[in-house]
Write a protein that binds this ligand. Sequence first.
Ligand code: AMP
Ligand code: FE
Ligand code: FE
Ligand code: ZN
Length: 301
Amino acid sequence: MPCSTLDGMVIDLHTHSSVSDGTDTPTELITTAAESGLSVVALTDHDTTAGWAEAAAALPDGLSLVRGAELSCESPNGLGGVVTVHLLAYLFDPDAPVIVAEQSRLRAERRERLHKMAKRMAADGYPVDADDLLASLPADSPAGRPHLAMALVQAGVVESVDEAFRVFLNSRGRFMVSRRDTPVHTAIQMIADAGGVTVLAHAFARHRGPTLTADVIKELAAAGLSGLEVDHPDHTPSARAELAELAGDLRLVKTGSSDYHGTNKTIRIGQESTSPEALAELVARTSGVVPVLHGKVMSSG
Ligand code: AMP
Ligand code: FE
Ligand code: FE
Ligand code: ZN
């Protein structure tokens, strides 16, 4: 199907379901996307592809699914240190053994790390039980700080997930525990080898924590990165302008997406969006292993 048929569509390439740290099931997320007038939605749960099948099965006519994931990676920050970055990966073979093994390792790492964070809070007298929290999450799920945040809301410690992040769980806070994430070059190569493409997520969301320099983004582009998420709710107008310029200079695809997490965030699905041309360019850079669903299958050719 020619990509020009995507003209006029609302495209959101970054969302999370309850398979990771969103609150909508994959089916609910697809329904929300359709009701919100989206034409294309990517499901990008953290470190898992477990929601793909349910989301695909729930697709109504007129809504396409781009199958993706958000990978937790560590990267040089360009100033001699390391920083956590998120890499959006699209249209890769989810059964590639290297990916299966790495995502499984990361999910185990996530659980261990969240357990440590909860124990630190419990040791300080906050009413959270690390074992109960982990037991309440599905086995092998990608546990994240939003799950601890929800437990803090339920225990009455804070009013909202947002407040939990502001007061306790932000990456500069004393309860933060880091993980051994995938080296970002390894992740870019692993996804390329599995037929997919990668886009650097919310690279300049500076209030979230330390970020990387433009020089590192240049290196990632040379290593096979395909795009930059320019429009994201956590980017200021100046961060968007910087990233747009970088994307232009480095010939990277510019995307815009909501990073919808259901009620864990106040963001609406489709609040930020990607142009049809940008999506077509991303699809063109895949090897066509996983086709874009478009009612009919859209090839990458
Ligand atoms: P983790 O993957 O465990 O390091 O947790 C990071 C997740 O928390 C990401 O999915 C973010 O989208 C989410 N997050 C970060 N800051 C906030 C916030 N202020 N409110 C809600 N969720 C947040
Ligand atoms: Fe998240
Ligand atoms: Fe992210
Ligand atoms: Zn995300």
